[in-house]
Design a protein around this ligand. Structure first.
Ligand code: HEM
Length: 413
């Protein structure tokens, strides 16, 4: 629809992309409960950490009734159902760690999960759109969006670190809202050659990316790296490119062939995909393939926004053509902020994955020392891979370097 409007020359706007004025890609006011008929799902979902700990989650799920999805009506009901069934699925698959995974998800979970996923246009696995965008409530509804006033709706094992991980990710998303809201001003400014409007919008976007970077710093305050690495990370992993589940997962009652889905990752956040398309960042083939695949894990309206941004006239080309110092500076500043965010993110990944992975390897070598150490409980197969399935550091560094390539001035590089 937006692209048809574009052809007719109407201004670019965010109206048709399910982007909230206040919250961007974050789901406004997620429901906290499903209609009473779905209590069997809610009861298990709210007890995932405890049932995984006692090794009882699978037996509870096996006894769950097969419920119809016909009574789920609103978008918010479907989003909560997808979140709840996703958490239960991750707990079910990974209850016994990497060594005793399952080949099949039972039909009483698989069938409704598949139906809900089809209606939302999301895959049947826990995504960023579930765990970060639709998994929050304010304790005081009139209070601010900050860590003290926020709570998650459903958790995976990992205690306060899980809560911290999902909520800090939410705060990063919220810090990016102002950038998303400035995108139409950039596009419309380029269309009518209004350098001043584009400069101002790029300055806003740069500031907002800087705010995302500041929010990301909270990860170090609220998440313990050894809990992240040793306890919770496996529950975010998927069944694609994962040596523990080479065949994928059969969704019983849906189809007989196994299906492969990547695990949850903020690579599924629409924010950086929008920035890359706007600024003209061209990723190298392998990273591009991974990032493009991650778009299938986003709500379809957000995926469509990214595609429509990619169809607009080149912003970078416009900036070069205008040869306006202020505009060029705003463009390069904006790219530099994105670069800084990616560099900082690499630091975070190093602290939360690379360092604990090295420690786990060391402990395994001296096997008698490893007992009781949290990091050594982590799956060895995930040492080199992201939960989304990428070969982490090479991927992240290539993505960062390609961002650098769009800077206009050599000096900035
Ligand atoms: C403890 C915190 C975090 C860790 C350990 C982490 C780890 C990773 C890993 C391993 C990847 C590689 C892709 C994969 O296979 O999953 C990745 C990608 C990515 N992550 Fe994170 N991440 C964290 C937090 C965040 C947050 C809060 C955001 C912001 C929304 C974010 C945004 C991204 C993006 C956009 C990518 C894709 C690469 C890029 O475009 O630069 N990450 N992350």
């Amino acid at each position: 629809m937006a692209s048809a409007e574009t052809e007719r020359g109407a201004p670019f706007s965010l109206d048709s992309y399910y982007v909230s004025e206040e919250l961007g890609f974050v789901l406004p006011d997620p429901l906290e409960n499903l209609p009473p008929y779905y209590q069997p799902w809610m009861e298990i979902a709210l007890r995932v950490p405890e049932l995984v700990h006692s090794h009882d989650l699978r037996s509870h799920v096996n006894k769950m009734p097969l419920l119809s999805t016909d009574f789920l009506q609103s978008h918010r009901e479907l989003r909560l159902a997808h979140l709840v069934l996703g958490m239960v699925t991750m707990g079910y698959v990974w209850q016994e760690g990497e060594n005793d995974t399952v080949e099949m998800l039972p039909r009483n979970l698989a069938v409704p999960y598949w139906e809900v996923s089809l209606r939302l246009g999301l895959p049947s696995i826990l995504t960023h759109a579930d765990a970060a965008l639709a998994n929050w409530r304010k304790k005081d509804p009139e209070g601010p969006f900050d860590m003290d006033n926020l709570e998650v709706l459903v958790r995976l094992p990992g205690g306060d670190s899980v809560k911290g991980f999902f909520l800090v990710t939410l705060l990063v998303e919220l810090a990016g809202v102002s950038a998303i809201r400035s995108i139409p001003a950039v596009i419309n400014g380029v269309r009518c050659s209004d350098s001043e409007a584009v400069t101002k919008a790029l300055e806003n976007i740069g500031q907002s990316i800087q705010d995302m970077n500041d929010a990301l710093k909270l990860m170090h305050v609220y998440v313990d790296p050894s809990v992240f690495y040793g306890v919770m990370r496996i529950f975010l992993s998927g069944w694609k490119d994962n040596p523990c589940m080479p065949k994928g997962l059969v969704y019983e009652g849906v189809q007989t062939e196994p299906v492969k889905f990547s695990g949850g990752s903020a690579a599924q956040s629409s924010l950086l995909h929008c920035f890359d398309e706007l600024l003209g960042v061209k990723h190298e083939e392998k990273s591009r393939a991974f990032l493009t695949r991650m778009r299938n894990y986003m709500p379809p309206a957000h995926r469509k926004l990214i595609e429509d941004i990619s169809l607009q006239p080149s912003l970078r080309g416009f900036v070069q053509q205008q040869a306006n110092q202020g505009l060029s500076k705003a463009f390069d500043d904006c790219v530099s902020k994105l670069l800084a965010l990616r560099s900082y993110h690499i630091n975070v990944v190093s602290r939360f994955i690379t360092v604990p992975a090295a420690k786990a390897r060391q402990l395994r070598k001296n096997s008698h020392e490893s007992e009781g150490e949290m990091v050594s409980r982590a799956p060895a197969s995930l040492e080199e891979r992201g939960t989304g399935g990428s070969g982490i550091m090479t991927f992240l560094k290539t993505v960062r370097d390609k961002t650098k390539d769009v800077l206009l001035h050599e000096a900035s590089k």
